[in-house]
Write a protein that binds this ligand. Structure first.
Ligand code: GN1
Ligand code: MG
Length: 355
């Protein structure tokens, strides 16, 4: 995407600045994200939403805006300027839409960039684990009074284990002999874990676990920090949907406690950090305990195992499908990501008892 085009798209939005430059942020596996610098101190994040993954982009953007407004209301003491620095704030288009619909199914949305902030793909400091737990706890606590049925289901069955198994089984049918061979060891592991990995879904379907607003992509790189390691807010609310607390807790721990990044190929670097786990858990509970039932609490450790597993399964499925979903940089990228998650799962299981 060339600079001129991006500047034209940026100018479809209502802002009182002039485009100066842009830089692609290689932050996600799905959407395209650009940092826009302007003639003022204000910067913006312009994002093209992948409509092949997200079929209902207007619904998705509406979710993000609703949740952002709800979170803003929780901080009535902040001025508009201060809010821009503490909560994700979206910018409308000149004709007051929350997104700009370009030709050929290209949908764009614009956010105010929170300056002087950093993200992490690996946690190297206990304070970051602690602050991340506080951020997610606060996010879930502050959205616990939002009626989740008002949210669009942006990706149906997103964390539904049976659905992910169905996709995996279809992939097994269609995969090439070579890819099947490379995945063989993991295919056996998946079969062994199948029943245990459906427990949370059964509890959810039997109404034993309450449905609430969930973020659904709580990996540590979706938390924003100051340069002094203080949490600012959760970002990337594309997948905010009704869900169970276990999705968010498990997915966060999956990355916070991995001593390597999700893309690390050297498996000797991948292990589960129990110190970060304790730090995260403690503050997370403190923020949200009033809204959790005993049963929800009991199943939080299983949530970690389940979410590591579901990511391993999804990466392996995409590998078997010849990499049609996640952005990849080399041939075996998805297989390496799956291996990384299986190693983490193994180490987690050795260190943490789930009941
Ligand atoms: C995807 O695109 P990104 O990086 O925000 C994925 C998440 C995975 C994550 C793994 C819509 O998120 O579910 O946890 O990759 N999002 C979607 O890094 O599938
Ligand atoms: Mg995401």
């Amino acid at each position: 995407m060339n600079t001129k085009k991006l500047s034209e798209i940026f100018n479809k939005f209502e802002h009182d600045t002039q485009f100066v430059s842009c830089k692609e942020l290689n932050s996600g596996h799905i959407n395209d994200t650009f940092l826009i610098t302007t003639n003022t101190s204000k910067k913006f994040v312009l994002q093209r939403i992948n409509h092949l993954v997200f079929k209902d982009v207007p619904g998705l953007v509406n979710n993000k805006v609703l949740i952002s407004k709800h979170l803003q209301k929780k901080q009535p003491h902040l001025t508009k300027n201060e809010l821009d620095k503490h909560v994700l704030c979206f910018v409308k288009t000149k004709n007051t839409n929350n997104y700009y619909h370009q030709l050929e199914n290209n949908f764009w949305n614009l956010m105010i960039f929170i300056d002087d902030s950093v993200t992490h793909t690996i946690v190297k400091d206990k304070e970051i684990a602690f602050e991340a737990g506080k951020l997610l706890g606060t996010f879930l606590n502050q959205t616990s009074d939002f009626d989740s049925s008002k949210l669009t289901i942006v990706i149906p069955n997103f964390n539904n284990m049976s659905f992910r198994f169905q996709q995996y089984n279809d992939a097994l049918q269609n995969a090439t002999e070579k890819r099947l061979q490379n995945a063989k060891m993991y295919i056996d592991k998946i079969a062994l874990l199948k029943d245990e990995m459906h427990i949370l879904q059964q509890l959810k379907e039997n109404g034993k676990i309450p449905i609430r607003v969930t973020h659904n992509d709580t990996k540590v790189s979706n938390a924003l920090f100051t340069k002094n390691n203080k949490g600012i807010c959760m970002i990337d609310t594309d997948t905010v949907m009704p869900g169970i607390v276990h999705y968010d807790f498990g997915d966060a721990i999956r990355t916070i406690c991995n001593t390597a990044s999700e893309d690390e190929k050297d498996l000797t670097k991948v292990s589960f950090n129990t110190t970060y786990y304790q730090a995260y858990k403690e503050v997370f509970f403190k923020e949200i305990q009033n809204t959790l039932t005993d049963l929800e609490i009991k199943y939080l450790p299983l949530a970690v195992k389940t979410m590591i597993f579901i990511m391993a399964l999804r990466f392996l499925t995409d590998y078997l499908n010849n990499d049609v979903y996640y952005k990849t940089n080399y041939l075996e990228h998805n297989l390496d990501r799956a291996k990384n998650q299986f190693k983490l799962l193994e180490d987690f299981s050795e260190k943490i008892s789930i009941f």
